[in-house]
Write a protein of this length. Structure first.
Length: 119
């Protein structure tokens, strides 16, 4: 059974930094895309950043220049370095991975980690 475990959320002041990590485990053959999403209560879950297996990245306009997504294919992990944080970055952050097990592929979500930006 594939599990994604996130870590690194917390409370930070505006202008501060946080680093989120997400580690996948459980019989994994390969992982294609790795994403970070975020969700504010009562709103849809939005894509923040995506990284392909080859390292190509995409970012939401709201985080470009402030957030950096990276991955370690050997360790099946994805990270999100968040700098110059703003109150509007406050949300629950989720990782999403497209995982191959044998000949089957499907998406898996992490459990979510709260990020709060406040003075």
């Amino acid at each position: 059974q594939v599990q994604l475990v996130e870590s690194g959320g917390g409370l930070v002041q505006p202008g501060g930094s946080l680093r989120l990590s997400c580690a996948a485990s459980g019989g994994i053959f390969s992982i294609d895309t790795m994403d970070w999403y975020r969700q504010v209560a009562g709103k849809e879950r939005d894509l923040v950043a995506r990284i392909s297996r080859g390292g190509m990245t995409n970012y939401a306009d709201s985080v470009k220049g402030r957030f950096t997504i990276s991955r370690d294919n050997a360790k099946n992990t994805v990270s999100l370095q968040m700098n110059s944080l703003k109150p509007e970055d406050t949300a629950v952050y989720y990782c999403l991975m497209y995982v191959g097990i044998g000949s089957s592929w499907r998406y898996y979500w992490g459990q979510g980690t709260q990020v709060t930006v406040s003075s």
